[in-house]
Design a protein around this ligand. Structure first.
Ligand code: SAH
Ligand code: SF4
Ligand code: F3S
Length: 487
């Protein structure tokens, strides 16, 4: 399939009712039950009758890749099941970003040691597959397929080889221009549709495996993206999240030549779309026109995730992040100058090799200057195929833990204080959950804050409601529904 053909998306809640926000149990259904258009007549379906189980680790891009892989399998006639012991084929879509994440898949695979020779097929997909390659067959000989995300386009072909008895089938090439275009995508989140617009990464941060596990940057054609968004709106989605490791490095490869902010505006203009989110933005490619687009377009959510990693110029340089503290803060000042408040979240790595007390203090002071609405902080973990693994000055684990705890506590206090200033304010939330025991609905504001609120209404899932904040916590707010239109 060419990159500008339209895809068919299958929204799972259309099968089981929108009262199933976690969409569990829906995988029992086949594509034919979901959409008459989903499988064209006469298409060979060698997998018919067989079942698959797919477990996903890692980031949203992996979650979305799994939706697409599931679509490919369902197109081939496979049924998805909830438990690995019920499945003819078991896939793990893996993450390698930190050592602990990568270890997880080997402990999971170990559980199935006894299944060797049972006829059950095991496949390892994603970032550990790409990083470890054929080594996986040595460590877990019952695995017969190892495939990285840059080769997913070949997945049907690789799967056919495994089905006809292939033992060590691999898709590990990274020198690709392919993006993973699927005819069917199984959509597991009933309220928010993920859409990859750019794959791979061309940066070379010294701590990071992603350029090695996902290959070079490849942007999808804008026409294909917009056709997907229209298809999602037709399915009833009102919120889309555009995905890419460096989402704002997007460059339309076709003659239309849209840049990232042009694309944001075009996606926001699709009838039926009320909320557009995007992640992750790289500070180096974060330009002023992105802020102008958000400022002028209510459909573009007022939230930017802008990972800083460190507040120290020395560490930023050793990480090869390609911006300085001041350059980062300048971009933040553009966001702060917008007419409507835009929330900012970030990622931070503590205990990078050579990080001194002073460097760490610089990170804390940067946090205070920016006033983040959310911080995802991690202890540095040395990774294969990265330059930082050879850097001197390793920080002992206890010291990394101390810095992490201190940073997280500072951020917790900051979030409580920030949320307290919002008590009494009214927010529009997209309702995406229900806490039965507390009698509360859960939803997110455009700025990505969670509000748990009471309402006299009985069916709010998937709708937009207004809630007045009555109480503030560190990670969410409590509120009550108010009549529409009050703000
Ligand atoms: N592409 C995004 C994020 C990639 S991974 C970006 O450039 O910001 C998500 C986060 O994991 C990173 O932002 C970083 O904070 C963290 N991370 C990546 N490699 C890591 C490592 N080796 N050790 C600890 N954290 C890491
Ligand atoms: Fe990794 Fe850096 Fe690329 Fe993000 S920009 S995926 S941290 S190499
Ligand atoms: Fe993990 Fe790969 Fe995503 S390493 S964070 S699954 S890009």
């Amino acid at each position: 399939m060419t990159s500008d053909q339209q895809t068919i998306d299958v929204r799972l809640d259309s099968l089981a009712g929108a009262d199933r926000p976690d969409a569990r149990g829906l995988g029992e259904l086949t594509v034919e039950q979901l959409s008459g258009r989903a499988i064209s007549p006469g298409r060979p379906q060698p997998g018919t009758g067989k079942s698959f189980f797919l477990e996903t680790f890692g980031c949203q891009m992996n979650v979305h890749d799994s939706e697409k892989v599931a679509g490919v399998l369902m197109e081939r006639g496979y049924r998805s099941v909830e438990r690995p012991d019920e499945a003819d084929i078991v896939f793990f879509n893996t993450c390698s970003i930190r050592e602990k994440a990568a270890q997880k898949v080997f402990s999971r695979l170990g559980v199935f040691r006894g299944a060797a020779g049972s006829g059950k097929i095991f496949g390892v997909l994603g970032c550990v597959a790409q990083q470890e390659g054929e080594e996986i067959f040595e460590r877990a000989p019952w695995v017969s397929l190892v495939c990285g995300s840059a080769s997913y386009r070949k997945l049907p072909e690789l799967l056919a080889r495994v089905e006809s008895g292939g033992r060590r089938v691999t898709g590990l090439r990274l020198d690709t221009e392919d993006t993973f275009e699927t005819e069917i995508t199984r959509r597991d989140n009933p309220f928010r549709a993920y859409l990859t617009i750019i794959e791979g990464c061309d940066k070379s941060c010294t701590y990071c495996v992603v350029p090695h596990t996902r290959g070079p940057e490849r942007s999808r054609a804008s026409a294909a993206i917009l056709a997907d968004v229209r298809g999602l709106a037709d399915l009833g989605y009102t919120e889309v999240q555009l995905l890419g490791q460096t989402v704002n490095s997007y460059r339309d490869p076709t003659a239309r030549g849209l840049n990232f902010s042009d694309l944001l505006l075009a996606v926001a203009a699709v009838p039926g779309i009320r909320r557009v989110r995007f992640t992750t933005s790289h500070p180096m490619d974060f330009t002023r026109d992105i802020v102008s687009a958000i400022d002028s377009t209510p459909e573009l959510c007022d939230h930017v995730h802008l990972p800083v990693q460190s507040g120290s110029d020395r560490v930023l340089c050793a990480m090869r992040r390609t911006y300085s503290r001041d350059e980062y803060l300048e971009k933040v000042s553009w966001i702060r100058a917008a007419r409507r408040p835009i929330s900012i979240s970030t990622d931070i790595i503590v205990g990078f090799p050579g990080e001194s007390d002073e460097d760490f203090a610089d990170t804390l002071s940067l946090m205070e200057t920016v006033g983040y609405d959310g911080v995802f902080a991690f202890k540095y973990s040395p990774r294969p195929n990265t330059d930082a693994q050879f850097m001197p000055g390793a920080i002992p684990d206890e010291e990394q833990s101390r810095r992490l705890a201190l940073l997280q506590e500072r951020q917790r206090q900051a979030q409580i204080a920030r949320h307290e200033t919002l008590v009494g304010k009214v927010f529009e939330v997209l309702v995406d959950g229900r806490h039965e025991s507390r009698g509360q609905w859960a939803g997110r504001t455009s700025c990505n804050r969670i509000v748990n609120f009471t309402s006299s209404q009985t069916d709010l899932l998937g709708s937009y409601a207004y809630a007045r904040v009555t109480q503030a916590g560190p990670n969410s707010m409590i509120g009550e529904q108010v009549a529409l239109g009050i703000n």
